[in-house]
Ligand binder design. Structure first.
Ligand SMILES: [Cu+2]
Length: 305
């Protein structure tokens, strides 16, 4: 996929240069960086599929269509202007052209739709340990093995923050965006955290583990959407309804997302921060959480890292 991706990027030298600069800057952040182009870095099989779909099909399709329409426009401008073509033809129908301009867009849509539906069904089908997933090869008909979920998280959209529950462990936490210190324009409690993305309590999950994610919203509240670009997750959080998706992150780190449904006045200020840790760290985190509270669990985690 790297080759196709590189070729697609080569179509736009400026874009390619910017992306290269970002990668050279040691791009490991789980959030967008200033001047960054392209999608955020993938750390899950679903985001691999989305990236491959974008780079391998969508960019080529859109580029070829733009070049084709541009060529048609130039032909019309040069050959059929009033000076070059003083006596215009007066026919109104051409069966061949009409069939072509109906059939070609249908073919384009089918080429886009087949992998698109594949990725969509992957996103919405929680692994059972047997189903195969597309991964970076979206025409593979499934070759990536994903284990069955070992952890269930419930995310609840509130006005305007997120509540999380470790369902089987019977633990819960509230995650609120860090406020800015007005004078300095900096995050008050955690310096060097990304602005408008950092939260007080991060959701902690283990690496290389399939996580079943149940998403809903406060029953007396409004519709939100839970989205984490590096995981390829985006799913509505609807009051009174439980939506389900999943992820399996292969790298530790903190990955950020945002509410992606216009939900009210603080829609822009209810970010999502997921900290992916090793399995041992996660076990210690949960043990400390059960014995005390989130702060104690977080302190345990910080001591381990
Ligand atoms: Cu929201």
């Amino acid at each position: 996929m790297g080759a196709v991706s590189a070729a697609a990027m080569a179509l736009m030298p400026a874009l390619a240069a910017a992306q290269q600069a970002t990668e050279e800057a040691g791009y490991t952040a789980g959030h967008p960086l200033p001047g960054q182009f392209h999608l955020q870095r993938s750390v899950t099989p679903i985001m691999d599929s989305i990236t491959a779909f974008h780079d391998g099909i969508l960019m080529w399709t859109i580029t070829l269509i733009v070049l084709f329409v541009l060529a048609l426009l130039i032909v019309v401008i040069v050959r059929f202007n009033a000076k070059a073509n003083p006596n215009p033809a007066r026919f109104t129908h051409n069966t061949l052209v009409e069939v072509v301009w109906t059939v070609l867009p249908i073919v384009v849509l089918i080429v886009i739709a087949i992998p698109s539906f594949g990725v969509l069904s992957d996103q919405l089908t929680t692994p059972d340990g047997e189903r195969k997933y597309l991964g970076a090869n979206i025409f593979s008909f499934g070759e990536v093995e994903v284990p069955a979920p070992e952890l269930t998280i419930k995310a609840i959209g509130q006005q305007w923050y997120w509540d999380y529950e470790y369902v089987d462990q019977d633990l819960a936490l509230t995650s609120v965006m860090l406020q800015e210190d007005g004078a300095a324009g900096r995050l008050a409690t955690k310096p060097n955290q990304p602005r408008l993305l950092a939260v007080d309590n991060e959701l902690v999950v283990p690496v290389d583990t399939t996580v079943r994610l149940e998403v809903t919203a406060d029953p007396t509240g409004v519709i939100h959407a839970f989205a984490v670009p590096s995981f390829g997750i985006k799913i509505d959080a609807v009051p009174g309804r439980l939506n389900e998706t999943w992820f399996n992150a292969r790298e530790t780190g903190v990955y950020y997302g945002q509410c992606s449904e216009l939900c009210g006045k603080d829609h822009a200020f209810m970010p999502i921060a997921i900290r992916v840790v090793t399995k041992d760290e996660f076990a210690a985190f949960i043990a400390a959480f059960k014995g005390g509270d989130y702060a104690a669990a977080n302190a345990t985690l910080a001591a381990l890292q």
